[in-house]
Design a binder for this molecule. Structure first.
Ligand code: SF4
Length: 308
């Protein structure tokens, strides 16, 4: 549970009061703007938020993140009202695969299992055999009971899985995250030169050469954990820059730098404090999904636990 800071501004205070009155929780992704991170009831990665949502005894949840995250929360907590403050906050990576495209690929490889990254729409999850996160993708692929895998939609995470699970035959979808794709070798070399004593950690959505040149490759939750446990005093972080706020807050005695120029996901920054307030007041935008589709998607999400 994140404790609300005492030095909140007027709007933050209004949000905190209204959400208490309405028995609503504020779930915030690590890449959101700091002013929203600071008043979240829970701060985490997409799966952490979805898991947390199940345990909450609230009527409604405001999800500050992007659409697939709000959908994942709805799939796992179908009885709660889930609100996404900005309807257009989407994820270009999740939008890189359409259900009919996946159906076509599945029909070409009937003996393969579809392993889908949580960064996918509810429709894609419903067509998948099992979901995975960046933290558990390697373990899930290693443990599923088939040799052939269709891995969607992130090719970089898929490459990372391939490198670590060579015994499986993995068919990759050609999707990528528009933030992580643009970390370059020049960024990496430059950062090593400026901070030779720093530990360099990158997210597995980065390209292969970046993954190979890093000290470790970790999910956002893995980065947070590693920064706490490592004896290093300086870190270079190759992921969306929103996480730097949380890293600095959690480890005030350590230094954190973005790899290259700070990379920002504009979709993750679409939600403002004003939007959160309007979302509470006007109960918008309510996530509604087909029940049958949600049930199928939930099977893929719950099956993930079996293979980790
Ligand atoms: S950082 Fe990448 S994967 Fe995450 S929401 Fe933005 S585009 Fe999607």
């Amino acid at each position: 549970m994140i404790k609300a800071k005492t030095d909140v501004n007027d709007l933050q205070r209004k949000i905190l009061d209204l959400k208490k009155k309405q028995n609503t929780a504020l779930l915030v992704h690590n890449y959101q703007i700091p002013q929203i991170q600071d008043i979240g009831d829970f701060l985490g990665d997409s799966l952490g938020l979805a898991k947390t949502s199940r345990q909450l005894k609230v009527k409604a949840i405001i999800l500050c993140g992007v659409k697939f995250m709000a959908e994942t929360v709805k799939i796992l907590s179908p009885d709660k009202k889930i609100l996404l403050p900005v309807r257009e906050a989407g994820c270009p990576l999740a939008d890189m695969i359409e259900p009919d495209e996946l159906m076509k690929l599945k029909s070409k490889h009937p003996d393969a299992w579809v392993v889908s990254y949580v960064n996918t729409s509810a429709e894609i999850k419903a067509l998948s055999d099992v979901c995975c996160t960046s933290a558990n993708a390697i373990t899930v692929v290693r443990n599923v009971p088939v040799k052939k895998i269709i891995f969607v939609p992130d090719r970089n995470l898929g490459e990372w899985v391939k490198m670590n699970v060579p015994q499986k035959e993995i068919i990759l979808w050609d999707g990528f995250c528009i933030v992580h794709e643009y970390f370059s070798l020049k960024d990496l070399e430059g950062a090593r030169k400026i901070h030779p004593d720093a530990e360099l950690i990158v997210h597995p959505e980065c390209r292969k050469e970046i993954l190979e040149g890093a000290d470790s490759v970790l999910s956002t939750s893995g980065i947070l954990k590693r920064a706490k446990e490592s004896s290093a005093k300086k870190f270079i972080i190759g992921t969306e820059e929103g996480i730097i706020h949380r890293l600095k807050k959690d480890n005030p005695q350590k230094e954190f730098y973005s790899l290259g120029n700070a990379k920002i996901c504009i979709n993750m920054k679409k939600i403002t404090l004003e939007d959160v307030y309007a979302s509470l007041k006007e109960q918008k935008y309510n996530i509604e999904l087909n029940v049958d589709m949600m049930n199928k998607a939930r099977v893929a999400l719950e099956r993930m636990v079996k293979y980790v």
